[in-house]
Design a binder for this molecule. Structure first.
Ligand code: F6P
Length: 406
């Protein structure tokens, strides 16, 4: 029994528990640990004779709902126990487990086995809201309008909130900010198998596939003009179509873009060619704001504002355009954009980001170490994309063509 462990996730809906559970399971599997996830929501959807997505189903005042969910939880726990009783090593209970009563049930079911509680929180209201919108687009809510789905899920969360008891009573527990991917509190009083490994997994970035794409050619690109909100040229549209063809056989549940037309127009045909794909536009990925130089060509800047051109030339990373931004001042928002991407994207899903020249340089530098002064010069062509893969065993960054000629 020495190498057996129960991990019980704790947290409100939409706090990144399932993503964290998958991340831990996948990384442990790579170490040849036999691990399985037991998800109460999946059990509920499997056994329910009717749609159980209505918020009232989750009201603590609804005895049938409470009883049904209790039953699902027990079946799940029994299955997790059988897994450990055979050759399984780690069972992950992926559920809210928000009350002490429910956690006592877990303790009773696994009497004698070590249990490790992982509580996921996220205090960032804005991010919670975007996550909620994303969740509301799931199949479970497909019979509702987006607003109804959002309200329904919000109500469900408030029911959970009304009974939520943070984990303070357990001997072995960790509190994780799942948006920031950092640990807020730890208490370990017993021997917890795999603990060091799990702690590392929680804080390590593991990425199966990121496809980092720059938008197709725009009318501004043709003139060497910076900033603005230009449309794609016919060649840019052809590049978008070529990308759509190229990625047809990859599963892309979400494409992240900026708010600018050029990234949205590039993403649109790619999304259209997918089975289920939503486009999420993040202001964090908007192109560097060139302030007083917005809309000018590099030539015009050299002629009309030579001091700007010279200063930028001397220190491109550190230079901030008057009334605008510099690479240096984009650091925070790009980091936040990436944190949003990881939080909104289910672990294990492919990630596609359609960004801009400066934005993509900054994103890339977040994964692949580069001296700061080199970052503004990294190569960002419009007929290729960067493919990134990162896990504890490898770190791959490849620049790949997506078509022969566009
Ligand atoms: O030229 C396209 C563009 O995306 C501009 O909008 C932006 O100002 C520029 O690239 C950023 O690149 P650099 O930092 O090399 O000027």
């Amino acid at each position: 029994m020495n190498d057996k462990l129960i991990i019980a996730m704790v947290g409100l809906p939409a706090r990144g528990k399932s993503t964290m559970a998958c991340k831990i399971a996948n990384a442990l599997e790579l170490d040849d640990v036999k691990v399985s996830i037991f998800n109460n929501g999946a059990m509920r959807r499997k056994f329910a004779s009717e749609n159980t997505s209505a918020p009232e189903f989750f009201s603590p005042q609804n005895p049938e709902g409470v009883e049904f969910r209790e039953k699902c939880a027990r079946i799940n726990l029994d299955m997790a126990r059988s897994f450990l009783d055979s050759d399984g090593q780690v069972s992950i209970i992926d559920a809210g487990n928000v009350t002490r009563k429910r956690r006592r049930l877990i303790d009773q079911t696994f009497d004698g086995f070590p249990i490790f509680y992982i509580e996921c929180v996220n205090a960032d209201e804005e991010v919670n809201e975007v996550y909620l919108e994303r969740k509301s687009s799931l199949k479970e809510f497909s019979h509702l309008t987006p607003q109804e789905a959002f309200d329904s899920f919000f109500k469900r969360i408030s029911y959970y909130e009304s009974i939520y008891e943070p984990v303070s009573e357990k001997r072995n527990r960790i509190l994780v900010d799942s948006f920031e991917g950092c640990i807020l509190q730890v208490q370990i009083l017993d021997q917890v198998p795999y603990y060091d490994r799990i702690r590392d997994i929680i804080t390590t970035r593991i990425i199966k596939n990121i496809f980092l794409v720059r938008h197709g050619e725009t009318y501004y690109n043709l003139e060497n003009r910076i900033g603005g909100d230009s449309d794609l040229t016919p060649k840019g549209l052809a590049q978008a179509e070529a990308l759509a063809d190229y990625f047809t056989n990859e599963d892309l549940p979400i494409i992240f873009t900026s708010n600018y037309k050029r990234t949205l127009q590039t993403a649109a045909p790619i999304a259209a060619r997918q089975k289920h794909c939503s486009i999420i536009a993040l202001t964090e990925f908007n192109e560097i704001h060139a302030g007083v130089c917005d809309g000018m060509t590099y030539q015009e800047i050299r002629e009309q504002m030579p001091q700007v051109a010279k200063a930028r030339n001397r220190n491109k990373y550190g230079y901030v355009y008057p009334d605008g931004e510099g690479y240096v001042s984009m650091e925070k928002r790009i980091h936040r954009g990436l944190q949003k991407v990881f939080y909104l994207n289910n672990y294990g899903d492919n990630i596609m980001i359609v960004g801009h020249q400066a934005v993509n340089r900054m994103i890339l530098s977040d994964f692949v170490f580069r001296q700061k002064e080199e970052v503004p010069y990294s190569y960002m062509p419009q007929n290729r994309y960067y493919h990134l893969q990162i896990d504890p065993h490898k770190k791959i960054c490849e620049l790949k063509p997506y078509a022969q000629h566009p």
